[in-house]
Design a protein around this ligand. Structure first.
Ligand code: HEM
Length: 128
């Protein structure tokens, strides 16, 4: 039997391209997130597409090009509190709604992203 990965179940490259595009359009408009990002999202969209592809068991696009993800280390130069983690997840949830991703597959994917987002938190918040 051939192993069917979440990457394939979700609809592969086509779905992830739509998800990433929709997600960063929301991030670009979010007051708690936009200031952290460059004006041009081309590169971050590409890297996130590569990362999520391998995160879901698809081809190892990110590691092939950029090495070990070390996501927490790569996020250390940005101040990320629980406010930013929650904002990131709200944009992702909205993006999943907009592309029509639902059901158990969405719930499992989102849960893994929730854990990853809170793992990126590197600032204690005293004002929010
Ligand atoms: C890169 C913010 C969570 C995956 C970035 C960048 C920022 C950022 C500002 C760099 C943009 C640039 O190149 O200038 C955040 C914030 C998060 C968060 C505020 C809130 C918790 C996540 C999560 C994931 C993720 C949960 C994975 C599911 C990535 C990837 C990159 C990236 C793959 C590109 C890394 C690289 O190759 O340098 N993020 N991020 N991020 N983020 Fe996040």
């Amino acid at each position: 039997d051939k192993l069917v990965t979440p990457y394939e179940q979700i609809g592969g490259a086509e779905t992830l391209t739509r998800l990433v595009d929709t997600f960063y359009d929301l991030v670009a408009k979010h007051p708690d997130l936009a200031p952290l990002f460059p004006d041009d999202f081309t590169e971050v969209k590409e890297r996130q597409y590569q990362f999520l592809t391998q995160f879901l068991g698809g081809p190892t696009l990110y590691s092939d090009k950029h090495g070990h993800p070390m996501l927490r280390a790569r996020h250390m130069r940005f101040p990320i509190g629980t406010t930013q983690a929650a904002a990131w997840l709200s944009c992702m949830s909205e993006a999943m709604d907009r592309i029509g991703l639902k059901g158990e597959l969405r719930d499992q994917f989102f849960e893994r992203l929730r854990l990853t987002a809170y793992h990126m938190v590197n600032q204690w918040e005293t004002d929010k």
